[in-house]
Design a protein around this ligand. Structure first.
Ligand code: ADP
Ligand code: MG
Length: 449
């Protein structure tokens, strides 16, 4: 039996699940929902994009009564996630009489206080702002039946651990506590031991989750050719919508500039942007007016865009956990994704520790040769050239030069020279230092093995 049909789930909730178009439960939903419905504390571990929100959301909403107390609280690491989770819970509760409220920093606290006064059963918020309300006594958690820590590892990374503990201490002791996380670092395990009652662990192994939907590959590159290598990978693998990760803010700025200069539709996201600048970049990415979003790990927190086709690690992450987070941005909601990682010789040790953590070997590919790239790009170039020809005026400033060139050279040679010139300016390529052998390996140490 499909767990969405579970007899304990209220009919109005079942109906909402149908309206949302969920036909089959995801593996984490299948495993976690019955245990949570039974009232157990649960630690759920599964990658991003596996449907964790409904896994806790359905049983949580199922328990809400007509009383106007805050009966459930969900803590999330970022404002964007708070809004998203609130949206999902709102859809799930569309046929129920209850109020959900997202609470996060940056929004007027007065507005939140007013909304809380009117009576809210489910609060979704970031730890900092929740603490704020607790201090002001505008929020009380002594009637909370369900406490959810969502994306717990990200909250840890963002330095919220003390806030979380303090909030837990102010919450009804009889509550049910649920903790969801993509990874389980030490401090999160400790938190679960201290604040949860005999928690049951439900985990969806990474290979279950990553293998079918995310293809992972890595490329050996040299530091000095890294940018060129990235461009070849991009041109060959042709992402529709990609997030490119860089280690530092400065790296994000530089890479954004380089890619824009080469004509790629790209923009960057880093910690120094104001919220409104960040929202503007995210909007461009969401509606696909840029194809490449370049970001640091911190800036990418909370990004949840369903149709990201590629995650590219321009800089390999230092720790395996960030790798898992990064690649979880693609292959979401049952779609296919590719995770491509550039690795320099010095970074091989990071790659090995990632492989150990994810319990699989990531296959390697050679950096695409110029021939492969050209092959892949031919159609795009033909379209571009056709467009230029169709848009051209009768006469142009190049008339005289064209006449002269065609007098001295064969048509074919002229066109080839122009294409070559164009590709070289686009990619700033000289063939020197790119002498790939027939097998794709380098003769001059461009690649290493
Ligand atoms: P996670 O919290 O694990 O990162 P989400 O709960 O945000 O994942 O779910 C990712 C996406 O998948 C959302 O758009 C959600 O609506 C969708 N989704 C969740 N469960 C199902 C399901 N059973 N069938 C289809 N889509 C689902
Ligand atoms: Mg989530």
């Amino acid at each position: 039996m499909n767990v969405f049909e579970h007899e304990a789930i209220k009919p109005e909730l079942k109906q909402a699940i149908k309206q949302m178009g969920f036909e089959e439960p995801s593996p984490i939903q299948e495993k976690a929902i019955p245990i949570v419905l039974d009232g157990n504390d649960v630690v759920g571990q599964a990658q991003t994009g596996t449907g964790k929100t409904a896994a806790f959301g359905i049983p949580l909403l199922n328990k809400i009564t007509a009383s106007s107390d805050v009966q459930a609280i969900v803590l999330t690491p970022t404002r964007e996630l708070a809004i998203q989770v609130a949206g999902e819970l709102q859809k799930l509760s569309a046929n129920m009489k209850l109020t959900t409220l997202p609470i996060y920093g940056g929004q007027s606290i007065g507005h939140q206080i007013k909304a809380l006064k009117r009576g809210v059963q489910v609060v979704i918020g970031t730890p900092g702002r929740i603490q704020d309300h607790l201090r002001r006594k505008t929020l009380r958690l002594d009637r909370v039946e369900t406490f959810v820590l969502d994306e717990a590892d990200e909250m840890l990374d963002m330095g919220f651990i003390d806030d979380i503990e303090s909030i837990l201490k102010q919450t009804n002791k009889e509550r049910q506590t649920l903790l969801f996380s993509a990874t389980m670092p030490g401090p999160i395990r400790k938190l679960s031991r201290r604040y949860m009652e005999k928690p049951e662990t439900v985990s969806i192994s990474r290979s279950d989750v990553t293998a079918p939907s995310i293809e992972q590959l890595y490329f050996k590159v040299l530091e000095r050719n890294k940018l060129e290598s990235l461009c070849r990978v991009i041109d060959r693998y042709n992402p529709e919508l990609a997030i490119i990760f860089s280690r530092t803010k400065k790296g994000v700025a530089e890479l954004t500039e380089s890619l824009q200069a080469r004509g790629y539709f790209a923009d960057g996201l880093h910690g120094d942007l104001t919220q409104s600048q960040r929202d503007a970049v995210m909007k461009k990415f969401r509606d696909s007016s840029i194809e490449f979003l370049i970001a640091t790990d911190v800036a990418a927190r909370g990004i949840d865009v369903d149709n990201v086709t590629h995650v590219i690690n321009y800089d390999i992450p230092q720790d395996p956990e960030s790798y898992v987070h990064r690649i979880g941005r693609t292959g979401r909601a049952g779609k296919k994704g590719q995770a491509l990682t550039l690795v320099t010789p010095r970074e091989m040790k990071h790659l090995r520790s990632i492989e150990k953590e994810i319990k699989m070997q990531i296959p390697t590919r050679d950096i695409p040769t110029i021939e492969e790239v050209v092959e892949k790009q031919q159609d795009a170039w033909k379209t571009q050239i056709t467009n230029v020809i169709q848009a051209s005026e009768e006469t142009s400033i190049f008339d005289d030069l064209t006449e002269e060139l065609l007098k001295d050279f064969d048509q074919k040679d002229v066109i080839q020279a122009l294409l070559k010139m164009n590709y070289q300016t686009e990619n700033n390529l000289s063939e020197e230092g790119y002498s790939f052998g027939e097998t794709g390996g380098a003769k001059d140490g461009t690649l290493f093995h």
